[in-house]
Design a binder for this molecule. Structure first.
Ligand code: TRP
Ligand code: ZN
Length: 467
């Protein structure tokens, strides 16, 4: 949930969307001719320089209630599923509004209502319309409000939608979003993949709570964030799984993965519920590695709590799919792993619960900030468990960065397609160690304010560590 409206949300993105021919954001709505001059349109973007159409302006989502029905591929050789959803979004206007936008990609809206009243399809001021412009990565649902919203007022908007699911890709070509798999779906949204499965204010600053009701063919398991609510209910061959995520969460951290998972329940420190979902297809060495790594979660939580303060959320756990997107993600309270979970990755994704998820970037552009912390936490855990000292890992990392000449990037503004580059992880971790141990990293010492000095610091040997 945001507690601030930033006026920069109302600028270039809305203008560009108008230029792109998006219906519903026409001059009439912004002009005084309907007698509501002071009511405006909530912007179609949140001002992020890397992802100008992600997020929207003019409101703050309080809660998403997502009712999803999903049929996995009928032929595992053709990775297409069917998704039908009803999203009930409770929001509060942060400015006077006569229309607002959600981000929704590749799915067709069939009905919208606002506070229980139907909104008709069309491009008039109190109708809804969709823009799907893949070339320009503009995927917007505009909802006209028959009854205008005043700043501070709440509204509940219900969107019915659905369509075929595929294998969406981020701007670098990595799989993300609702990734259809042979036996279900692996759902990992970072950075801007949430709109591939629900209408959303896809701005990490607008955290909200979530309820998930996921209906899947009997025998399949659906796992989302937070805690399960009651037993799954089966009716006519379909089972509904309900999950509640009570800790406010950025949309890129939501998941609702579906597969042939077996759930296990364990307790962490202070009775923290740990819920692990491991795909029945994870076997052999992958299963052995996964089981060993997940068994360490309680010890890892204790270790990180001692360093950084109480674990920030109501639950933890894992979703380990036998399919792969080629990376893991720190989905809030329940990270998702590709093929197997290993020890270093588990402590990395756990570390993100403090750094990235609880303490979190306001813009997708700043998501690089998360990775140095999570990598440094891998180093700390390795030292704690006697695998390698932090000092050694620092020295090795600096040597590797040197040998590959990886000091040139400005990692505080790495560019949209370098948010997850190795430099971001390793230089971030090295800089954190340098701060803590007061050693030079040759070129990566922090400058005042945000930013790493990529060019100016003269080369020098790291000093002896004093910790
Ligand atoms: N957040 C992931 C991590 O834990 C990184 C990530 C997200 C990623 N999307 C990606 C890595 C795409 C590679 C490709 O580090
Ligand atoms: Zn990470």
């Amino acid at each position: 949930m945001t507690n601030q409206t930033r006026t920069r949300r109302l600028g270039a993105a809305a203008v560009a969307l108008m230029a792109a021919g998006a219906a519903g954001i026409n001059a009439a709505q912004a002009s005084p001719q309907d007698g509501t001059a002071r009511y405006g349109h909530g912007a179609a973007g949140s001002g992020d320089p890397y992802f100008p159409y992600a997020g929207n302006g003019g409101y703050d989502v309080l809660h998403y209630d997502l009712d999803l029905r999903y049929a996995p591929p009928s032929d595992p050789a053709v990775l297409a599923g069917k998704l039908a959803g009803e999203a009930t979004i409770t929001l509060r206007a942060t400015q006077d509004l006569n229309s607002l936008n959600f981000d929704l990609r590749g799915l067709n809206v069939t009905a919208v209502d606002v506070d229980g009243k139907d909104v008709n399809r069309g491009s008039g001021p109190s109708e809804w319309t969709q823009v799907q412009d893949d070339a320009n990565r503009i995927w917007e649902l505009t909802v006209g409000l028959r009854t205008k919203l005043k700043a501070g007022q709440e509204a509940t908007i219900t969107v019915d939608y659905g369509g075929a699911t595929g294998r969406p890709e981020d701007t670098t070509g990595a799989l993300y979003g609702w990734v259809t798999t042979a036996d279900g779906a692996m759902v990992v949204n970072e950075p801007d993949g949430a709109p591939t499965w629900f209408p959303v204010n896809d701005d990490p600053e607008d955290k909200a709570t979530y309820s998930f009701h996921i209906t899947v063919p009997e025998g399949k398991t659906a796992v989302a964030n937070g805690l399960s609510e009651g037993e799954p209910k089966t009716n006519a061959g379909w089972t509904t799984w309900t999950w509640e995520a009570a800790d406010p969460m950025a949309s890129y951290l939501a998941t609702a993965s579906v597969g042939d998972y077996t759930l296990t329940y364990a307790k962490g420190p202070h009775g923290l519920p740990i819920i692990n979902a491991v795909d029945d297809g994870v076997a052999g060495a992958d299963l052995a590695k996964t089981t060993a790594a997940l068994a360490l979660q309680p010890r890892m939580i204790t270790f990180l709590s001692d360093l950084f303060g109480r674990y920030p959320f109501e639950a933890f756990g894992a979703i380990v799919d036998d399919d792969s997107v080629d990376y893991a993600l720190e989905t809030q309270t329940r990270p998702v792993y590709s093929g197997a979970a290993d020890e270093a990755t588990v402590v990395h994704e756990l570390g993100h619960q403090w750094f990235g998820n609880d303490v979190s970037p306001a813009d997708l552009k700043d998501i690089w900030l998360n990775e140095g912390w999570a990598t440094y936490i891998e180093w700390l855990w390795a030292e704690h468990t006697g695998q390698a000292t932090v000092a050694q890992q620092f020295t090795d990392t600096v040597a590797e960065l040197d040998s590959k000449n990886l000091w040139g990037m400005n990692i505080a503004d790495p560019g949209r397609d370098n948010l997850f580059a190795a430099e971001v992880y390793n230089r971030g971790a090295a800089a954190l160690h340098a701060l803590r141990a007061k050693v030079g990293t040759r070129r990566s010492l922090p400058e005042p304010g945000i930013g790493w000095n990529a060019t100016a610091t003269p080369r020098q040997q790291p000093q002896t560590l004093n910790r």
